[in-house]
Design a binder for this molecule. Structure first.
Ligand code: TYD
Length: 208
């Protein structure tokens, strides 16, 4: 098919249901004949997956806030170079579970106000912004409960607890206003199927 590539990112607090929804969306678009690349951050390329375990495992205070921003940005740069940009060049639809907006929130807000640092580094190193960002909005208590039930070793951020999740939720809603040209907010508290429908409607509009 000769349609232009589209870069879609998903954002939201831990346990907001992003991983399920990105899979549904990828399947629906492939079933409709589109060429889809489904990926996630931190990770998505070999180098970035290696960085993933450095940032998600271990004690919450493992890295300074600034080092953490550098690690996430390094992982993202590798992911862009190796996977995202080549796929967009081939006119594919790239769906990414979390992207730079997660760094703007988690690293930019959680340990002091480092938003400017994140923005500067992102401007310098990440040349392509998403065309569409789906924000799955959810009550932080429900999100944290779901995330904790998964019981993985990647719990550094979940271990910061409900205060962080609430701060992240408010931050994401503000970010959606700031970048209103590309953000669309959907209600993560509704049943999976109707949530998928809401998301698909936004994607169809973006494809036009
Ligand atoms: P993810 O694997 O998407 O977990 P979940 O499915 O619970 O959302 O993300 C793992 C964690 O990484 C999550 O707690 C948020 C954090 N994170 C950052 O702190 N900064 C970033 O830039 C990204 C991409 C993720």
């Amino acid at each position: 098919m000769n349609q232009p590539g589209l870069f879609i990112t998903f954002e939201g607090i831990d346990g907001s249901g992003k991983s399920t929804q990105v899979k549904h969306l990828a399947k629906r678009l492939s079933d409709a004949g589109r060429d889809v690349v489904l990926t996630r951050e931190p990770g998505g390329s070999k180098g970035a997956e290696e960085i993933r375990s450095l940032v998600l495992e271990g004690v919450p205070e493992r890295w300074s806030a600034e080092t953490e921003i550098l690690l996430f940005t390094a992982a993202r740069r590798d992911h862009m170079e190796k996977l995202i940009l080549p796929a967009l060049k081939e006119d594919k639809i790239v769906i990414c579970d979390r992207f730079a907006d997660s760094t703007r929130m988690y690293q930019g807000l959680s340990r002091g106000d480092l938003r400017k640092t994140v923005d500067s580094l992102t401007d310098l190193m990440i040349t392509r912004q998403p065309d569409l960002t789906i924000l799955i909005d959810l009550d932080p208590a429900i999100g944290l409960h779901r995330a904790k039930a998964r019981n993985t070793k990647e719990e550094r951020f979940e271990d910061f607890g409900i205060t962080l999740q609430t701060q992240m939720r408010d931050g994401f809603l503000k970010l959606a206003q700031e970048f209103s040209h590309r953000f669309r907010t959907v209600n993560g508290g509704q049943p999976t199927k109707s949530l998928s429908e809401d998301i698909y409607a936004h994607v169809q509009k973006a494809m036009k």
